[in-house]
Write a protein that binds this ligand. Structure first.
Ligand SMILES: Nc1ncnc2c1ncn2[C@@H]1O[C@H](COP(=O)(O)OP(=O)(O)OP(=O)(O)O)[C@@H](O)[C@H]1O
Ligand SMILES: [Mg+2]
Length: 294
């Protein structure tokens, strides 16, 4: 469904990805794992057209329908069936919950995709998240962090995608809600949806993934089944003094066969920052993420 070959990408002079290759087969769940700053979000941004790769190929679709997408604008990629729930819950703050969801269906309102029953899907999205149902007329910017995350995921599903990218699924959500979302995603996956997931709670990620890729400093350190990764080294989850968990994953590096220790600290440690909508083209405003972090 998605094939990435030798992808190089970054931000101006800052090179982040140094030739990564990733495959997401049709109807599979693939998880990206890596320390903070490893390049996971950058990979997703390159796939969905938010940043332009400096080299490499990204192909979406199967067989005769496969199409190079690395030079396409975000909205064109979306029309091919890709949805992206981005890092930092980028909902449209001054629009209502319902309008955010309807906007998610926009790629279907063009002739490129089957339109399906948008109204029924809106009801389903809202039923999936009862908290959104109660707040359907509320402005998205006034939702709590966790509610905005629910909205971002529900909005991505509204496009009825063939390939779904979710960056930091569990950010700001209670374990119960995460389990509910994962259960729904597994259902959609069984019905054919391909999923690329970034999830900092590694055990959860290993539970649902058919295959994992461990990124280290912009390179693929390991790719394989979760079971193999767990055999190679232990996945250890340790409670930190702050009460947050962090995970250490020991993987055998693809390049030289040495063992690499990857420490994954849950994102919640840094907070989500305010929701900043994308500019109209869908491309991220230069530097806005840096300001958010500051
Ligand atoms: N807009 C930007 N401009 C410049 N550098 C950036 C920008 N966004 C990210 N970076 C840098 O690119 C590198 C990879 O960042 P990325 O967001 O892809 O990491 P990540 O693996 O998603 O990490 P995290 O787990 O913290 O979300 C980091 O060193 C980061 O500082
Ligand atoms: Mg990230």
């Amino acid at each position: 469904m998605l094939s990435i070959r030798n992808l190089h990408a970054g931000y101006g002079k800052v090179k982040v990805l140094h030739g990564i290759s990733i495959d997401v087969p049709k109807a599979s769940v693939v998880t990206l794992i890596g320390s903070n700053g490893a390049g996971k979000t950058t990979t997703m941004r390159a796939i969905s057209g938010m940043i332009r790769p400096s080299a490499g190929e990204i192909t979406m679709g199967i067989g005769a329908n496969a199409k190079r997408i690395d030079a396409l604008e975000s909205h064109r990629i979306a029309r091919l069936g890709l949805a992206h729930s981005p890092e930092g819950r980028r909902v449209f703050a001054t629009m209502s919950v319902t309008d955010n969801l309807l906007l998610g269906a926009f790629p279907r309102l063009t002739s490129a995709r089957p339109r399906g029953d948008v109204k029924a899907d809106l009801e389903r999205a809202i039923e999936m998240f009862p908290r959104l149902k109660e707040r359907r007329h509320q402005l998205a910017g006034t939702l709590s962090g966790g509610e905005q995350q629910m909205l971002a995921i529900a909005r991505a599903l509204m496009s009825d995608p063939q390939l779904l990218l979710i960056d930091e699924l569990s950010l700001g959500l209670s374990p119960l809600v995460v389990d509910e979302i994962l259960a729904r995603l597994v259902e959609l996956n069984r019905a054919g949806l391909s999923i690329l997931l970034i999830e900092q709670f590694v055990h959860r990620a290993l539970d649902v993934a058919d295959r994992i890729y461990v990124l280290k400093k912009g390179r693929v350190a390991y790719s394989g089944t979760p079971a193999a990764a767990v055999r190679i080294g232990a996945v250890e989850e340790a409670e930190q003094a702050s009460g947050r968990r962090r995970t250490e994953l020991l993987v055998r590096e693809e390049r030289d066969g040495g063992l690499a220790r990857v420490v994954v600290a849950p994102r919640a440690a840094r907070g989500g920052g305010p929701a900043v909508p994308l500019c109209a083209s869908g491309r991220q405003q230069r530097g806005d993420r840096r300001t958010q972090r500051a």
